[in-house]
Design a protein. Sequence first.
Length: 368
Amino acid sequence: MKKSIVVIFVPLVLIILIELYLIAFITLEYKQSNKDVSRNVESIRASYWASWYFGKELARLESKIQEGIYLGKSDNDTIQERLDFLIVSYDFLASDSKISPLLQAYAVKTLQSDIAKLDQLVLQVLANRESIKQYAVILEEIKKLKSGHQRIVFFELKGSHFEVFTNDIKDNQQSLLWIIYSVFLIVTLLLVAWSITYLNFKRTKALSNIDTLTLLPNRKRCVELITLQMQKKESLCCFFIDLNGFKQINDTIGHQGGDEVLKIIAKRVSHSISGSDIFARIGGDEFILILCDYGSPSHIEVIVERITNQIKLPIDMKGNVVRVGSAIGISFLSDEIDTVDKLFATADSAMYLAKALKEGNSSNYQYY
């Protein structure tokens, strides 16, 4: 939540500061000089378009990386493709003969080194087998490029693009200044309203998709993610996990202690699976784990053993050491089990078979 506030309101503060600076700049220019500046219209259009296109490709690359981080799934081919488009847009901005030479020189000075660093960084990250873990590093480099792009836009505004309005300023400078002040004020108010609305929307959307206790996807979001994986025709394996001995923990250390146990278990299991897998809490002490494209069926044994070992590790609750076990039902996506409901139902059925085998807080698993 704090990160979302920073992402939304820091740019807003920068925009307001830039607007105030522009107001002061225009006012000073109005008092000091009335220069006649000629600018080729085609060059203006080409420069404006090149700057906009670079910003667009930069935003598309940033959006794809943020999507990968959010979903926990790498998409290296698409990221490489969007990086290529970004470099092409930079080459156009920095070298095309139709672009303003002053803008080109400023763009090269502002962006060239950061573009080269980003290109090298992406190559290194994508070559890593666990590239998703380093996506955040790419985002930091993109932020530098976004800052450089903002300086280029400002460079255009204070230079050639205000020249389009030169004749109007000469005819009625005072009126134009009031119009500019009004526009800045209206834009600021609109941005404030948008930021508040957007923040509320993002917060509401996020809360509707997560379990507020463990911060895992909830049942609704879990079903959505599984449906997306089914559309890709990938092999899926469903673990229906129920904790053994959890009721006794609630009875002995209270529901607040039980909540802490759930959070610890959720964190342990999350760290035991790959980024492409889906792990969700669907209610109470029940969890769903979906293994996506798990490879050989023999891998299932290794994974289930790893998860049960993590769950049954002792938990220190302020001096009280507690333990829980797990009953896990396992089912596979197949021609007969071809919907989310069937996948859950079969895994749930197998889970009850595993639960019937429990002794105390023991851990067991059964296949459907």
